[in-house]
Ligand binder design. Sequence first.
Ligand code: ATP
Length: 246
Amino acid sequence: MLQLREINQAYDNHHTLWDINLEVAQNSCSAIVGQHGTGKTTLFHCILGFLPIMSGEMTWQPKNTLPCSLISLPSQQRTQLGINYVAQGSPIFSQLSVEDNLLVALKAGQPSDRPAALPTIIRELFPALLVQRHQRSGALTKGLQGQLALARAVITHPKLVLLDEPSEGLSASEEDQLVSIIATLTQRHNISVLLMDNNLAFVRRVADTFTLLHHGRSVLTGTAADLLRFGGIETLVAGTSTPRVM
Ligand SMILES: Nc1ncnc2c1ncn2[C@@H]1O[C@H](COP(=O)(O)OP(=O)(O)OP(=O)(O)O)[C@@H](O)[C@H]1O
């Protein structure tokens, strides 16, 4: 549904992304891994339209629609096409209740005369948030704040959601919940996921495919099972070795 071909990007004269190819399929979760400063955030920002690219093509084609190029579209139009984003650190309105956080996100995505009730996707995927719906959001655990940020992003049924380091700081049980939520999003709700995360154990559990970025280049792609086959990815992602596969 999203296809990137030969994407190049530079901050002034600092060439950051080099000939990046990437595909996110319908009903799938894809992961980008790579050491700090290798260009993961920059790539996300190019997809979201926050940053211009120098060259390359980005084609958007959800199921049963004609392909369109994202390149010339401003970020707001990309959101309207169904591309949503959860930035790092679970961005929420911490002074508002859980329910108000969700309703604000819902109202932002639909005409104001619609009744404001929490949709099924929230009831089905985030039962723990419903239990705490009157709680001040800033008082939630880190894991539930992450769930709330994700719930805000999917409440309007986007087609693709980009997640920045979603497993960061989660306990084992919070990570289990997130794996299950993402599987349900992709398989039952037709919302594909593109995430960046260097927690490779998490990536193996949650993703169908991965792309390894190294110094702004995609040096390895494969299925999540392939992550186990290639030795040394942990040290590469941690920045303590150089890639053997180019
Ligand atoms: N606004 C900016 N202006 C100039 N250079 C930038 C800017 N943002 C990032 N860079 C540079 O671009 C390169 C890629 O940074 P980026 O943040 O995309 O990497 P990352 O893989 O997301 O890193 P991290 O895992 O630490 O978030 C780095 O060399 C960084 O210093």
